[in-house]
Design a protein around this ligand. Structure first.
Ligand SMILES: [Zn+2]
Ligand SMILES: [Zn+2]
Length: 575
């Protein structure tokens, strides 16, 4: 059922389409007022159930009918009638800044431009050249508007945003002289998706740097906003904002542009109670008028009387209270990790050989790691059968001895729909450790999925549950199960839950990992690498663990080799 916000959006869409269709000002403004009313109303489904929609401000009988239809079927007759005149995709055209209702109506009527794609094609094909009132400058603005619109439509997975941020920083490093240069914003907070990248730079000559940034060959459009700020859009509309300020304000600047918005609002509220005003330009003492410039972020938090809050915790939840009372967790650091239990090689679906993976793990300085190719459940071409697994075991032992690397022989074993594993206990007992993962039959229902994962936890040979929710950042939200029941089972049975660092997974999601920690769960942070170049993805898992408030003590692969062995042995003995 649609939420109040979604219904308000639909009402505004009706309003806009009515204006485009040339209906009267009073008629379409009624929808605009109704949308504002809906945004501030209690949940509409309750109001409608009580038959009290018309008691809300600005909602008359006919708009109440529209809302009832939206609640019932997600659409409405009034909207359908308008869709008979304009295609639903015309809202994309209206989303391009500089294109209003009148222009959009003309573009549709005279040029059949009814979507963003149509508009792009028309501009590229010079269809609109020479049309009165559409000079080259207007078309240039529209092009920029199209990029901005595309960028607003989707957020980018963290891994890609970080790669872009690093590229931009590499480019800027080669440019005019500057002092400090970092990325801030949601990428620094390790949010799983990123809307735009914020870059923070300190330098004495800001104009030289913003001009250099604007001339980056990956920029498709540039928006300059004064001497200290420049925004660029890349080919797919992804936006990067660069701010340049004097170096003595670095701490204030970085703190401000790291966010989150919610965190900064709470921080400002706290500051005001202490008679201080916080901004990117320093901390102002409202009583004395003195300004404090902070050379680093820690000084910002110290000036406000609290412990330094790591960026990953700046979500606006309870971190400020915890920082004030000294209850912030001592977060896990990347260097605390001694190994990685989840990686594939050419024996299953990996791209590099077993030996290459061992050498790459050694080159990363790990004390130990595991090779965990797939089990045979989804076809022998894909995974290993017990005979092949025995062969692999021998080769793992041989190569790890040859290279002086502690390589666990493991397997990522499918958890079957009933919770049994794809190998029997006899085969599992030959492995150093076992990752149990759900890879199929996602739609068995919440209760069956809960029972399935709990049964896997209860298997004495299952050390780790791999990517526990199955979510994918490009669409699949994960299969449903009772999280609390599984977290309790994992803690009770001594089964670790994975935080999988594969770029599109990041699973467990941080809010669930935070919850699992309350149950006393042990975590395993892994790359789930399918090639040598994926091994650094373990850093993405570290970022998510930090967002969840996880410390070194919570993490299996922050333990010694003997500690890992003991964890496996304890569960197998059932003590
Ligand atoms: Zn898997
Ligand atoms: Zn895997």
């Amino acid at each position: 059922m649609l939420s109040n916000d979604e219904i308000a959006k639909k009402l505004l869409e009706i309003r806009t389409l009515m204006e485009m269709a040339g209906m009267s000002f009073y008629k379409y403004m009624a929808f605009e007022k109704a949308a504002a009313s809906v945004e501030n109303a209690p949940p509409l489904r309750d109001v409608a159930a009580a038959g009290e929609l018309t008691k809300l401000p600005a909602i008359g009988k006919s708009i109440a009918v529209v809302i009832e239809q939206l609640l019932e079927r997600g659409g409405a007759d009034a909207l359908d009638e308008l869709y008979a005149i304009f295609p639903p995709t015309i809202v994309e055209v209206l989303g391009v800044s500089g294109i209003g209702a009148k222009t959009a109506a003309t573009l549709w009527k005279d040029y059949s431009i009814g979507s963003l794609g149509d508009l792009e094609a028309a501009i590229a094909g010079n269809v609109l050249a020479g049309v009165p009132r559409l000079g080259p400058k207007t078309l240039e603005n529209w092009k920029r508007g199209i990029l901005a619109y595309k960028g607003r439509q989707r957020r980018m997975p963290l891994a890609r945003a970080l790669a872009i941020a690093r590229d931009a920083i590499d480019y800027l490093r080669a440019g005019p002289p500057h002092d400090r240069l970092v990325y801030a914003g949601s990428a620094r907070r390790q949010e799983v998706t990123v809307g735009d990248v914020d870059l923070v730079c300190t330098a004495s000559d800001a104009a030289a740097i913003t001009a250099y940034f604007a001339s980056w060959d990956r920029a498709r459009a540039v928006l300059a906003e004064g001497a200290t700020k420049t925004s660029i859009w890349l080919e797919d509309g992804f936006q990067l904002d660069l701010r340049v300020l004097p170096d003595h304000l670095y701490g204030n600047l970085l703190q401000h542009f790291t966010g989150s918005r919610e965190h900064n609002i709470k921080l400002r509220e706290h500051a005001v109670r202490k008679g201080l005003r916080v901004s990117e330009n320093g901390i102002l003492n409202l009583e004395t008028g003195d300004a404090i410039a902070c050379d680093d972020e820690a000084s910002v938090y110290a000036a406000l009387g609290m412990a330094y809050i790591p960026p990953e915790l700046r979500s606006g939840l309870d971190e400020i209270e915890r920082a004030l009372s000294g209850r912030l967790p001592d977060l896990l650091e990347g260097e605390d990790l001694r190994g990685d239990f989840h990686m594939h090689c050419t024996w299953s679906d990996g791209r590099n050989t077993l030996e290459a993976m061992i050498l790459a793990a050694k080159a990363r300085g790990y004390e130990y790691h595991a090779i965990s190719d797939h089990s045979w459940g989804r076809g022998e071409a894909f995974g290993l059968d017990p005979a092949r697994l025995r062969e692999q075991r021998a080769l793992v032992d041989e190569l790890s001895a040859k290279h002086g690397m502690r390589t666990f022989c493991a397997s990522e074993v499918d958890i079957l729909p009933d919770g049994a594993l794809d190998f029997d206990d006899e085969v599992l007992s030959q492995l150093d450790l076992v990752i149990g993962s759900v890879h199929s039959a996602f739609n068995i229902g919440r209760d069956a999925m809960t029972a399935r994962i709990i049964r896997a936890c209860e298997n004495p040979y299952v050390t780790i549950i791999g990517h526990p929710t199955g979510r994918m950042l490009d669409g699949f939200p994960g299969y449903e199960f009772d999280y609390d029941a599984v977290f309790a089972a994992a803690a009770r049975t001594g089964t670790a839950l994975e935080i999988d660092g594969q770029a599109m997974r990041l699973d467990l999601p941080a809010p669930l990992a935070r919850r699992a920690k309350e149950f006393g769960v042990t975590f395993s942070l892994d790359s789930d690498a399918h090639g040598v170049e994926d091994l650094p993805n373990i850093e993405l898992a570290v970022g998510q663990a930090r967002r969840a408030g996880i410390t070194k003590d919570d993490v299996l692969n922050a333990r010694s080799y003997e500690g890992v062995r003991a964890f496996v042995a304890r569960k197998r003995k059932g003590t």
